[in-house]
Design a protein around this ligand. Structure first.
Ligand code: EPZ
Length: 417
């Protein structure tokens, strides 16, 4: 397994291009299951999770061509409405094929995703919503077996789950009649999926608000779509810039997708400038502690919590970070403490007391965003070197992160073992 070696203490300087959003690309690929003609996705990120979804859809009979950042998906050969455990357990987003398979075939057999490092992550909201749309659902040997003709319905989600919103939105496109989903997720990725589906001939309105209306249609055609920029990748690079007292501009970003995050960065005293699709962050004199609570969009994104925790380890004062979306998303704290951070956990709140510096250490990644947090901590540590093991976690969501950070002046390399 590869390791990433970092010698920190250098302020990051320069510019970095943000890639297409992983958390839009994956459901977009799933949505193409419902098309009766080829679909084309531009600005696709080259990530392990995208390769996993590619393999999953190809196993079903989808013909996929992925060159550069351009992907074509031809659904004509789709025959098998199955998502096996071997692939779903590797990537939870595989579960997003359930709604599209049910819509296309009237039946589906998809492995339950199981839990992961950040929580048990049940799928009850997905399943209750599909039942409300007329599907008959049963659980057999760890698989969800669903079948039935979908009928439009009104359904209020218990929690604005991103994945459940996407699964139900896609299924409702082919239900007979009108569906109104309330208490839905409002993340920008939902709007991106809705835009693509409408391009396929769906009739969706209200994406991005807390109520989405879908008028079912008899078929969906092919469509062409440009994947939205990855707001979490943008936020991660901006965190790294501030954490290292650097000055970095991210290109191809959308500041409107990061309202709460950018406000918090400003509250720390960092300089934040937005010009069109460019966002600059600089903190030459360090930052002050702030209090944060993660929330569904447009609140502070849970996917940036770990990165900000690392950044606040050397802030002046005491920060309180409350994680309200997942039940176990402080996995990075123990590793940060080994690097000299002063963090104590009280239920779903982490108290981070700023220390003058972090020290390099051998550490281990546990999940995607925790591993990004550890990279940021390694970049901050101005004493000793940091070796991060299990970097496959980070390759799931960030393209060649060590090369792109090195281009910003970091002393970082990947060691293949
Ligand atoms: C999506 O996961 C993202 N993944 C996650 O990003 C992100 O952290 C999360 O949304 C929240 O923004 C993708 O888009 C591929 P949820 P998802 O359903 O859809 C509970 C990353 O790092 N819940 O909104 O799985 C659940 O347990 C990943 O890129 C239920 O209880 O998240 C959690 O506590 C990590 N029942 C909360 O809702 C359900 O049926 C939010 O989960 C579904 C969810």
């Amino acid at each position: 397994m590869d390791k990433i070696l970092i010698r920190g203490g250098t302020p990051l300087k320069g510019a970095v291009h943000v890639r297409g959003a992983k958390n839009a690309a994956l459901p977009l690929m799933a949505a193409s299951i419902m098309a009766e003609a080829p679909c084309t996705l531009h600005n696709m990120p080259c990530l392990h999770d995208v390769f996993t979804m590619d393999k999953l859809l190809s196993n079903m009979g989808m013909e996929i061509e992925f060159t550069g950042r351009y992907m074509t998906l031809t659904p004509a050969g789709l025959t098998s409405p199955e998502a096996p455990y071997e692939l779903v357990r590797k990537m939870r987003a595989s579960f997003f094929v359930l709604g599209p398979l049910l819509a296309r075939f009237g039946r589906a057999r998809v492995s339950l995703p199981g839990g992961c490092a950040i929580g048990t992550r049940p799928v009850d909201i997905h399943l209750k919503g599909l039942e409300a749309l007329g599907a008959r659902i049963c659980i057999e040997s760890g698989y969800v077996v669903a079948e039935g003709a979908l009928q439009g319905a009104n359904y209020a989600l218990d929690f604005p789950s991103v994945g459940a919103t996407e699964n139900l939105l896609m299924a409702a496109c082919r239900a007979k009649g009108v569906t109104r989903l309330t208490n839905v997720a409002r993340e920008p990725e939902i709007e991106d999926i809705a835009h693509f589906l409408n391009g396929m001939g769906a009739q969706i309105s209200g994406a991005g608000t807390d109520m989405i209306t879908i008028v079912g249609v008899d078929s969906l055609g092919g469509a062409e779509h440009v994947v939205m920029p990855d707001r979490i990748e943008a936020g991660t690079f901006l965190c790294a810039a501030v954490a290292t007292r650097g000055d970095v501009t991210v290109f191809n970003a959308n500041a409107d997708h990061l309202p709460a995050f950018l406000d918090k960065l400003r509250e720390t005293g960092a300089e934040i400038d937005v010009h069109g699709s460019r966002i600059r962050a600089a903190a030459p004199n360090g930052i002050k502690a702030v209090d944060i609570a993660t929330r569904p969009y447009p609140g502070f994104a849970t996917d940036l919590q770990a990165q900000v925790m690392a950044m606040l380890c050397c802030a002046e004062g005491v920060s309180h970070i409350k994680e309200t979306v997942f039940e176990n998303r402080f996995m990075q704290a123990a590793e940060l403490i080994r690097m000299g951070a002063d963090i104590s956990l009280d239920g779903n709140t982490a108290i981070v007391r700023g220390v003058p510096r972090l020290s390099g250490a051998p550490i281990m990644a546990s999940d995607l965003r925790a591993s990004a947090s550890l990279v940021i901590a390694g970049l901050m540590a101005d004493q000793g070197a940091t070796a991060i093991a299990r970097v496959y976690h980070i390759d799931r969501g960030y393209e060649r992160i060590e090369e792109r950070l090195a281009a910003l002046g970091a002393s970082i390399e990947r060691v293949r073992e």
